[in-house]
Write a protein that binds this ligand. Sequence first.
Ligand code: CA
Length: 226
Amino acid sequence: MKRENSPFKIAVILTLAVLVLLAALVTINKMKSNSNTETTYDKQPPIEGQPTLGDSNAPITVVEFGDFKCPSCKAWGETIYPQLLSDYVDTGKVKFSYINVLFHGDESKLGSLAGEAVYKQNPESYWIFHKELFKAQPSENHDGLWITNEKILEIAKTIPEIDVQQLQNDLENQSGLEEVNKDEKLVEEFKVESTPSIMVNGTMLEDPFDYKKIKSLIDKELEESK
Ligand code: CA
């Protein structure tokens, strides 16, 4: 036993402990200051079988994780989406896919099942139906029941390309369930916690309404894809 070394050892241990503590504090602060940045995944959500707008060869993919019951998704669709469409989708730079999120329970699920059924019938009609269903979301009391079989069929009847009887059967049989389950798995995999969640290639936006950020991410990816 070299007892005479003990004070020195204690001093070393204390110093190390202080250093570890400081490092931990720095890390915590860093995490805090980074909490406003985007999350980048190693891969993009696979979009096979998902409603997708735009040129299939477009170099960039933007994915919306959305919920027909969610008021922010309606707002996003009315404010950010039209800009994205005219700046990037119509110009062949971006393809845009929509993946269902079921955060509002049965109504989210019914809306999603309807969307999948319409998409299966006619991919073009899907986007009209999508827009009309969001349009039907009441601006007040959106938490009240509004996505019903009746509402879905009422909207479908206004879109000539939709076979309403087929849609009705598909809703009764939950024909789109497999697709909806697939979407739910992606929601889990990409840790979607709020809607809308927007991804540009593999990067999840911190604020989906920050169009400047969306633009800069797309432009950066376009530059890299050259
Ligand atoms: Ca889907």
